[in-house]
Design a protein around this ligand. Sequence first.
Ligand code: GLA
Ligand code: GLA
Length: 691
Amino acid sequence: MLYGADYNPDQWPEEVWDEDVHLMQEAGVNIVSLGIFAWSRIQPAEHVWDFDWLDTVIDKLHAGGIRVNLATATASPPPWVSATYPETLPVDETGASYWPGSRQHFAPSSPTYRRLAGELVRRLAQRYAQHPAVVMWHVGNEFGCHLWMDFSDAARDAYRVWLAKRYRTVDALNEAWGTSFWSQAYGAFHEIFPPRLAPYSHNPSSMLDWRRFTSDMLLECYLAEREILIEAGATQPITTNFMGPFKPADYRGWAPFMDVIADDCYPDPSNPNRIRDAAFQRDLIRSLKPGVPWMLWEQATDAVNWRPANPGKTPGALMAETAQSIARGADGIMFFQWRQSRAGSEKFHSAMLPHAGTDTRTWRAVTDLGARLAALGDLPAPGRDAQVALVFDWENWWAVEERDHPTEIDYLALTLEWYGAFHARGIQVDVIGPEEAASGYDLVVAPVLYLLRDEGAAALARFVEDGGTLITGPFTDIVDEHDQFRTGGFLTRLGDVLGLRYEDFGALAGESSGGSGVGALSADDVQASRDAAARGSVSFSFDGSSSVGRLVAETVHPAGATVVAVFENGLQTGSPAITRHAFGGGEAWYVATHPDPAALDALVGTVVESAGVRPLVDELPPGAEVARRGELVTLINHGEHPVEIAITGTDAETGEAVERVSLDPQGVAFILAPADAPSARPSALSGSAIA
Ligand code: GLA
Ligand code: GLA
């Protein structure tokens, strides 16, 4: 188990470095991410390089037995870069420049930025690739975190090249973008601009490509550095830190280029769903590289500084959140940052070593945590432990949240609601792209899969044909990969599987949907419309109780499907709300609205039973969480009362046999409980090993 933090010794005089190493040892730290923002210290002027201090720090760490995750230091260009090469600065959609004075003020497509960053990376790699302390490479930092879209001339030029490569001919682009609408037909690639400020909506197909392009530009920055590291002889794992479900970057597309997946996660203490949301994030991250442990590169020991109010964390919460990462596949637990800053924007952010010193709650919490993790020893790799896969797709995210739709949809929020119904039941979930739907799973859940690629549709159909259960809807299989309707209506790819024909979207709204009907919508009109949409609902009966649907009540017609529930009011009265359809060896469910949490829970209960999906433990008390990684089952009590959970296995920390675990609030138990899977499906958890 790796344990450590970002280490920024460039903030401190050399005398402090020895104390750092000494205290790191005391805390159980065995790895640090070194020098993430050290560019100006390493290269104070264009032709001036200073590695002596870094040599000293790395040698001290090495002598102290601390491994180095060496940063490429490219995330914050020094002042001389911005002053000498203003073309490296990013630009917003209005044409205004982002100026230096903070960090991440670089245009990802700028050839000058890439040249200067590349030179830095080359020198770092040449100097340190063979150093025995360096065990991995930390490329950049949180690519796109503050600035994910750059509309500069560098971006314009790169976008044209990117489009020409994608479409080859401008006619193909015109076709893909549907430019015969609103006089947008292009005669040549050089007529195309980034979607800078325009009077009204940009072409949605172009916006989808712009999203792909901006994700690709961030990835290219990473790849350029990766290539230089390898060329210069680096053989250590190379990666960068992800930020969970981060909309601007299609991490599923990035993952193959990461030697190990690293993630940063800062659950918001004031978010009542933070445990659910963080669990989803960690499952998403684990699923990016199935079977391979990942690393948590950043979390906070205590308070952050960047929300309006920043309460601290109890040591129990720190342990519980850390255990959640381990439970869901992490083999490294790291923090931002080692020693609290004494100057700069983040001086109020917590660290492993607080500014108030070692006689503090935080220091005791991190040293206790370090000791407990060290005692845990090696853990099994995450296996194919889930029977359920939840589809979460970046291109769909981009497209379904474009403007000018029947209603506004928050794709992540809806996905989290679906995820929550499984999480609360103690059912393990992988998070996948539609193309990864495969027969190792028993149930695939694909909410609002508006943009459905042909390959994804084929995989979902095959999955059902081979005996799996699919549940999808609403607003699914509406457009192709260009955000265009396919000819032949809607559900053109999944209609046969679902046994349905799709007629209409049925956006819901309460009374007064805003807008005077004349001219452009004012901000008040937009707000009134949003409020009305939030009030809009529809009812249907499911499982003997009256249920509520939100957002939409679609008009779908059975074409083979059995109607399970119908809408009982509104425009769609009598029309199917939930259907199921036997297809091949499996079954496909459709839900024509977004069920509220109670209805969603009832629906998930019915579908998991019908699909033969079992929870990891027979009874999971409210507030408790369970997850499996191979043989290891982790139980966490996030609630306010003690709980008892029945499970047969061996306590991984004490070696004692257990049949029942008692957990105080924020208590954690690591239990070795092999999942023997004699069933036909190798990934399926039989549950027989678990009481
Ligand atoms: C991000 C950054 C760090 C730091 C932390 C603060 O994760 O990568 O440099 O700013 O946020 O929470
Ligand atoms: C206006 C425009 C039309 C069309 C409609 C849509 O009236 O003139 O081109 O955009 O709005 O409601």
